[in-house]
Design a protein around this ligand. Structure first.
Ligand SMILES: *Cc1c(COP(=O)(O)O)cnc(C)c1O
Length: 469
């Protein structure tokens, strides 16, 4: 399988190189040159497979030529072996034909584990073979950091530095990062905000001289391997609800457009999907595009669903690429004008075509809490605020009651107690078994000034399993 850049000017890469690449050299994102397509018979034959075996069948075409089948199978078995639920991604029924796909049974209780548990293992496998080491520097406002640390903690060939804004992540989220120990794990609290952290990561990618020749790898959702891993659970959900003979719809709590883009790919790979709903919070650039063909940046608002607090959705470029007939030059122009401060609209026919599949809704904090309360009253289930946004959007945008509606349950409610409390749910939420002592555990974290040179000096001092690079 070869991968090409959405901006058409970077060399095509194989899977191994795309795994290590991050952004393409032309500023674009990598996508498969040709998407695999499965027949209905083939998909139907996968019904009842254990999750890791389904994952093997769905993802195999993407890694062909880079990872032998037997090795890939073993990696997948290990990856999904760490999940706390035997179904890995169980479906829970809310209402008639309305389901939540629970993606929060991984080590850090959010769907990001599905991709980052795999990414860590893939990186280590590929690096071992090449005899190389890499450094990961990532910025997090919460979920990504802990999932990346959990995913990489056993990696022999990876040192991971996660920057979070000091005193600005929730206690559960902080402890999920700082209580994981290993000589290759480094938590840095920056005396600044999330944007400061992200800016430092960006600048570090732009000039990597402080790494003395060691390669820097991206773990944010622009990494193709993360998207790839997320395609699997769309197949998994559909097969449990009568697919592929029957079509299924999905509502996806959305920030960077990674998770829902995986659903779009599943459909293009042959899975019958009727409708994809983009559910956003008040940071609604994607909803404004889907409802009014306007892609315009606005101020960032802090919400009760912080993992979806974004101004711009990085993975949306991958959909725009397809929308424009995979014309890299057109995309480069569009993204450039966007960067110059302009928003954009796409040609009417392209937008209309996109809307045949996608619907959207923006849900504010008050509606989020209302939905949490409503679902609790109906079913006794406590939803996390991100999932609640998905439920609200599903209920507002649903086109057919005959088609099963699956809402992606992106996080466990215990991670976001503030929203649950505001929804008026008195019941104390319990941490899952593997985390019951989270609040007693020792923490390790270094507080650093909001200064790029200080942070880079720290990385080069500790980037080789705690020793200097
Ligand atoms: C990351 C995250 C999202 C948003 O996913 P994208 O792929 O960025 O659209 C939604 N909910 C939770 C809980 C998350 O951690």
């Amino acid at each position: 399988m070869r991968y090409i850049s959405t901006r058409g000017q970077a060399p095509a890469l194989n899977f191994e190189d795309v795994l290590l690449a991050g952004l393409a050299t032309d500023g674009g994102l990598y996508v498969p040159e040709n998407l695999p397509r499965f027949t209905q018979e083939e998909i139907a034959s996968w019904a009842g497979l254990p999750y890791h075996e389904l994952a093997f069948r769905v993802m195999r075409p993407f890694v062909t030529g880079s990872i032998p089948d037997a090795d890939f199978k073993k990696i997948l078995e290990e990856t999904y072996g760490v999940f706390a639920h035997s179904a890995i991604a169980p479906l829970r029924q809310l209402n008639g034909n309305e389901w939540v796909l629970e993606l929060f049974h991984g080590p850090t209780l959010a769907f990001k584990d599905f991709a980052l548990q795999l990414l860590g293992r893939l990186l280590d496998y590929v690096l071992e073979k090449r005899g190389e080491r890499v450094v990961i520097i990532g910025a997090t406002s919460g979920d990504t950091g802990s999932a990346a640390i959990e995913g990489c903690k056993h990696c022999e060939n990876v040192d991971i530095f996660i920057l979070h804004p000091h005193k600005r992540v929730s206690e559960v989220q902080r402890r999920q990062m700082t209580t994981i120990f290993g000589e290759n794990i480094h938590n840095i609290a920056i005396e600044g905000n999330f944007d400061d952290c992200q800016e430092m990561v960006k600048n570090s990618f732009a000039d990597q001289s402080f790494l003395k020749g060691t390669r820097l790898v991206a773990v944010n959702s622009i990494n193709w391997a993360r998207i790839m891993a997320q395609i699997v659970y769309y197949f998994h959900a559909s097969l449990q609800l009568g697919g592929p003979a029957r079509s299924v719809s999905f509502s996806v709590p959305t920030g960077n457009f990674g998770d829902i883009f995986a659903g779009y790919l599943a459909r293009n790979m042959g899975l019958p999907i009727n409708q994809l709903i983009v559910a956003t919070n008040r940071n609604d650039i994607l909803h404004r595009f889907m409802s009014g063909n306007q892609y315009v940046k606005e101020t960032l608002h802090a919400t009760l669903s912080p993992s979806m607090d974004i101004m711009v959705s990085s993975n949306f470029e991958r959909l725009l690429f397809d929308m424009h007939g995979r014309n890299g030059a057109a995309l480069a122009e569009l993204m450039n004008s966007f960067k110059q401060g302009g928003g954009f609209s796409v040609e009417q026919e392209r937008w209309t075509e996109t809307r045949k599949l996608f619907d959207s809704l923006a849900v504010d904090d008050a509606q989020t809490c209302e939905t949490i309360a409503q679902v609790y009253a109906e079913t006794g289930e406590v939803l996390d605020p991100h999932t609640a946004i998905g439920v609200k959007a599903a209920r507002e945008c649903r086109r057919s009651l005959d088609i099963p509606m699956v809402i992606l349950g992106t996080a466990h409610p215990v991670k976001f107690p503030e929203a649950v409390e505001k929804a008026g749910i008195g019941k104390a939420l319990e941490l899952p078994e593997h985390l019951t002592d989270l609040f007693e555990r020792e923490e390790r974290c270094t507080v650093l000034a909001n200064d790029l040179k200080t942070v880079q000096a720290f990385v080069s001092q500790h980037g080789n399993r705690g020793k200097p690079l």
